[in-house]
Design a protein. Structure first.
Lengths: 453, 194
C-alpha cells in the first residue's frame, strides 16, 4: 500500500516538475521572442530610414526648383531623425559606432538647416551641394551594409537576444580586457564593417555650415590661476557665515569646457558639504552647491527673489534683472540676466537657488555669465520698434517690448526686439531682429518664466 | 474499490494543482508596482503653489506644500520627463552625495544633447542596457525627495560633471569600453567620463 503511494507520489512529482519547467520555458521563450521582435523592428526601421534618407538626398541633388529641394530636405531630415531614434532602441551601447552616429547626427542637422533655408527661399551653395553629394554616398553605403546584416537576420543565423546575452556575459567574465572582451559574432562583425567603411569616407567640411555637434563653451577670459587663488575666490564667494571655519580643499581639476578646479568644503558643524567650481582660466566661480539639508519652508518664493537679488549685488553682479522663477521641494530657483543700456543680455544669465527654510542662498549657476560677460558695444538698431512690430502676427496682443541680445548655437549674438504678448491663454516672447526686422525666434512663457533661455 | 477511489482522488488533486500553477502569473502584478504617486491637485494641472508665478505667494501656502516627493511643479501638469529623471536619479544614486545625484541627472541631459544618443529624455533612459536601474526595474520604486530636487537642479542647468556622457561605480561594475573614454571627475562612488 505504502509502496503504491510512494510510486504514485513520485510520478506525480516528476510530472508536476516537468509541467512547471515546461511552463517556465514557454514563458521565457515567449518573452524572449517579444524582445527579439522589438529589436528586429528597430533594426529594420534603421535600414528603412537610411534607405529613405539616401533616396531623398538623391532627389535633393537632382532637384532644380527650391520647392522640390526643400521638400526632399524635410523628408531627409525626418528619415535621419527616425534612424537615430531606432538606433537608440537597439542593445548596441557597447558596439563602437561613433562614425556612423556622427554621420546620422550631421545629416540630420544639415538637412534641417537646409530645409529651413529652403523655407526662406534661399538656394543651396556649391559647397553645400558637394556636402550633400558626399552625404548621399555615405547613406548609400550605410544602408547597403545594414541590409547585408538584415539578410543574415532573416536567414535565422543571427538573433539580437543572443547577441545581447553574449555581450552581457562577456562584460561580466572579462571586464578588464578591452576589445577581446567583446563577443565576436555576426552582429559585431556587421557593425564593424559598417563603422570601418564609414571612417574611410572623407569627413565633410562643415565649418560655419553647422553648429558644433556638442556644446563646447569657450574658456573664461583671463590668466590661469593657482589652486590657492581658486580656493580664496571660492571662500570669498560663499562667504564666512557659510564656511563657518571649515577648511576648503581642491578635489580635482576637471578638463571640461571651461576647465575648472573642483573645491569641496566638507560637511561638518551641522552643515552639509559645499561644492564650488572655479574656472582655471580667469579664476571665476562657475557654480556652487550647498548640500545642507533643507527644512520646512518659512519664507515665500517672492521673498527669496529679493534675497537672490541682494546676493548678486553683494557678489559684484551689477544690473541683473529677474527673468525666471520656480519653486519646488523647499527651494526657489531664480534666473537673472544682465542688463546694459536698457538692453537685456540673455547670454549673461545666472541662476540663484534659495532654500526656503532659512532664506539662505544655497546654490549658484553662472557658467554662461562668466564665459560671455563683457561690456557690449551695440550698433544702433537698423529698424525702429514700430517697423519690427510689423513682422509680428497681428493676432498677437503685445503687452510689452524691449531690446535684448540673444545667442544662437554658433555663440553669435544678435540684437533683437523682444515683444511680450498673448494669444489665447498663452504668453509668448517673440524676438525680431533689430537690424533686418525679421522674426528670429518665438518662445512660450511658462508659469515660472521663460521655459528655456 | 479503495484503489480506484484513491487514484481518482489523486488525479483530482493533481489536476487542481496544475490548474493553480497554470493560473498564478509568475511575473507579479505590474499594475501594483507602477502606481503613479501623483499628489492631489495635479490632475487639474495646477500645483500646490500655483501662485508663485504671480509673486503673491504667502507663507501659509508655501508651508502647506507637501514635504514628500511631489510631481506637481508650480502651475504645471504632470511632467513625465521630470518624473523619469527623478526616478533614474533615485535608483542609480541613492546614498550618493547630493551633487552626485544632480550629476546623474546632468549625464542624462548631456546625452540628450549629444548626437550619439537619442534626442529625448525617455529615449536616453530606456536605451537598452544604458542604465542598470532600468534593466533591473528599480526605477519603478518611488523616488526620494532629494532626487526630485536633484532632477529639478539638473534641468535648471547645474552640471557637476563637466559635460559627462558616461559614469560607473568601480566597486560594483567594470566596463572595458569605458576606460577608452576621457576621465572627468569622481563624485562619491561614481566616476564620470566623456
Amino acid at each position: 500500500m505504502r509502496r503504491e503511494w510512494l510510486r504514485f507520489g513520485g510520478v506525480a512529482l516528476v510530472l508536476l516538475l516537468g509541467l512547471v519547467a515546461f511552463r517556465e520555458y514557454r514563458l521565457r521563450r515567449e518573452i524572449e521572442l517579444r524582445t527579439e521582435n522589438q529589436y528586429q523592428r528597430a533594426f529594420q526601421e534603421v535600414v528603412y530610414h537610411l534607405d529613405g534618407l539616401e533616396q531623398e538626398l538623391a532627389k535633393a541633388l537632382a532637384a532644380g526648383s527650391m520647392t522640390q529641394t526643400a521638400k526632399a530636405f524635410a523628408d531627409a531630415w525626418r528619415h535621419s531623425e527616425s534612424a537615430r531614434s531606432a538606433i537608440g532602441q537597439l542593445p548596441i551601447g557597447t558596439v563602437p559606432l561613433s562614425a556612423t552616429e556622427d554621420f546620422i547626427g550631421q545629416v540630420a542637422a544639415f538637412t534641417y538647416t537646409l530645409a529651413q533655408k529652403g523655407a526662406s527661399g534661399a538656394t543651396i551653395s556649391d559647397h553645400e551641394w558637394t556636402i550633400l553629394r558626399d552625404f548621399r554616398r555615405q547613406a548609400k553605403f550605410a544602408a547597403e551594409e545594414l541590409a547585408k546584416m538584415g539578410r543574415a537576420f532573416a536567414a535565422g543565423a543571427l538573433r539580437w537576444t543572443d547577441f545581447q546575452r553574449d555581450t552581457m556575459a562577456a562584460a561580466a567574465t572579462r571586464p578588464d580586457r578591452a576589445p577581446d572582451g567583446a563577443p565576436s559574432n555576426q552582429v559585431t562583425k556587421g557593425f564593424k564593417m559598417l563603422e570601418d567603411g564609414m571612417t574611410r569616407f572623407p569627413s565633410p567640411d562643415l565649418e560655419g555650415v553647422l553648429p558644433p555637434p556638442t556644446k563646447k563653451l569657450p574658456q573664461v577670459p583671463g590668466p590661469i590661476v593657482s589652486t590657492d587663488e581658486a580656493v580664496r575666490v571660492a571662500l570669498d564667494f560663499i562667504g564666512p557665515s557659510v564656511v563657518a571655519g571649515r577648511r576648503a580643499r581642491v578635489v580635482g581639476r576637471i578638463p571640461s569646457d571651461p576647465e575648472t578646479y573642483r573645491i569641496e568644503i566638507p560637511a561638518g558643524k551641522g552643515r552639509g558639504a559645499v561644492w564650488v567650481d572655479v574656472s582655471v582660466k580667469g579664476g571665476r566661480v562657475l557654480w556652487v552647491m550647498d548640500e545642507t539639508p533643507i527644512g520646512p519652508a518659512t519664507i515665500t518664493p517672492a521673498m527669496a527673489e529679493g534675497i537672490a537679488a541682494d546676493f548678486l549685488v553683494s557678489r559684484g553682479f551689477e544690473n541683473m534683472r529677474r527673468i525666471s522663477r520656480q519653486a519646488h521641494q523647499g527651494v526657489a530657483v531664480i534666473g537673472f540676466a544682465y542688463e546694459q543700456d536698457d538692453v537685456l543680455v540673455y547670454p549673461d544669465h545666472v541662476l540663484v537657488r534659495v532654500a526656503l527654510d532659512t532664506g539662505r542662498v544655497d546654490g549658484f549657476e553662472g557658467t554662461n555669465y562668466q564665459v560671455f560677460h563683457r561690456t557690449r558695444r551695440y550698433t544702433p538698431p537698423g529698424v525702429t520698434e514700430g517697423e519690427a512690430k510689423a513682422a509680428l502676427n497681428p493676432r498677437l496682443d503685445v503687452t510689452a517690448s524691449r531690446l535684448a541680445v540673444i545667442m544662437d548655437d554658433f555663440y553669435r549674438e544678435t540684437l533683437v526686439y523682444e515683444f511680450r504678448g498673448t494669444i489665447d491663454d498663452q504668453t509668448y516672447l517673440v524676438y525680431v531682429n533689430a537690424d533686418t526686422g525679421e522674426e528670429e525666434k518665438i518662445k512660450r512663457v511658462g508659469p515660472q518664466g521663460i521655459e528655456t533661455i | 474499490m479503495y484503489r480506484a477511489g484513491r487514484v481518482c482522488a489523486g488525479l483530482l488533486f493533481l489536476v487542481a494543482l496544475v490548474a493553480v500553477i497554470w493560473h498564478v502569473r509568475p511575473y507579479g502584478r505590474p499594475a501594483a508596482v507602477r502606481t503613479w504617486r501623483v499628489a492631489a491637485g495635479t490632475g487639474t494641472g495646477v500645483g500646490t503653489s500655483a501662485n508663485i508665478g504671480t509673486g503673491t505667494g504667502t507663507a501659509a501656502t508655501v508651508a502647506a506644500a507637501p514635504a514628500s516627493w511631489d510631481l506637481a511643479r508650480p502651475g504645471q501638469a504632470y511632467d513625465y520627463n521630470f518624473d523619469l529623471m527623478a526616478r533614474v536619479i533615485s535608483a542609480e544614486a541613492r546614498g550618493e552625495p547630493y551633487v552626485g545625484q544632480v550629476a546623474v541627472g546632468a549625464v542624462i541631459l548631456n546625452r540628450v544633447e549629444h548626437p550619439h544618443f537619442p534626442k529625448t529624455i525617455p529615449g536616453v533612459i530606456f536605451e537598452p542596457d544604458a542604465f542598470t536601474a532600468v534593466s533591473q526595474g528599480t526605477i519603478w520604486l518611488p523616488p526620494t525627495a532629494s532626487s526630485v530636487r536633484a532632477a529639478q537642479d539638473a534641468l535648471a542647468g547645474w552640471d557637476p560633471t563637466g559635460g559627462a556622457l558616461y559614469y560607473y561605480n568601480p566597486a560594483k561594475a567594470t566596463n572595458w569600453w569605458i576606460t577608452t573614454r576621457r576621465f572627468l571627475v569622481q563624485i562619491g562612488r561614481h566616476v564620470f567620463f566623456r
